[in-house]
Design a protein around this ligand. Structure first.
Ligand code: CA
Ligand code: CA
Length: 149
């Protein structure tokens, strides 16, 4: 009897235990992208979650045009899955928001009223039904990946 299936199974179990099992809500294609929203609530970490998105072939959401920025907020409103964390951050320089995955300046920021307020030093950005808000990195929540379809 070949041991190959046993080794394959062990390998899969090891990978699953190291990475944890992550499940996502997946959007329909929009402008050649699909948006994956994690179902579980976890402590957000830019590097860790961006790596998770890379495993899907994408990166943490970085709205790089007006249409995508509007879509993201509308998506939170339509699905009720928000708030979810994005790849927008100002962790390097207060108020200098950029995209974590490619380090480019963030644009088309649709802030909620009275945001960003950097309340006790908030450097990550999440999407609500009515706009985006700066929030502490490390807060428990969901996140959204942008994956070219
Ligand atoms: Ca900040
Ligand atoms: Ca805030």
């Amino acid at each position: 009897m070949s041991l190959l299936p046993v080794f394959l199974l062990l390998g899969i179990l090891m990978i699953a235990s190291v990475q944890g099992y992550v499940s996502y809500h997946v959007s329909d294609a929009y402008n050649s992208k699909r948006y994956h929203v994690s179902k579980e609530f976890e402590n957000f970490d830019l590097e860790k979650m961006n790596n998770r998105c890379k495993q899907l072939g994408g990166y943490l959401l970085q709205p790089d045009d007006r249409s995508e920025a509007g879509y993201a907020v509308a998506y939170a409103r339509r699905t009720g899955w928000g708030p979810f964390f994005t790849g927008i951050t100002d962790q390097n320089s207060e108020g200098g928001f950029y995209y974590y995955n490619n380090n480019k300046p963030a644009r088309y920021l649709q802030w909620k009223f009275f945001q960003p307020d950097n309340w006790y030093n908030e450097d990550c950005v999440e999407i609500w039904t009515d706009g985006i808000n700066d929030r502490h990195c490390g807060t428990r929540g969901r996140y959204i990946c942008e994956v070219p379809a």
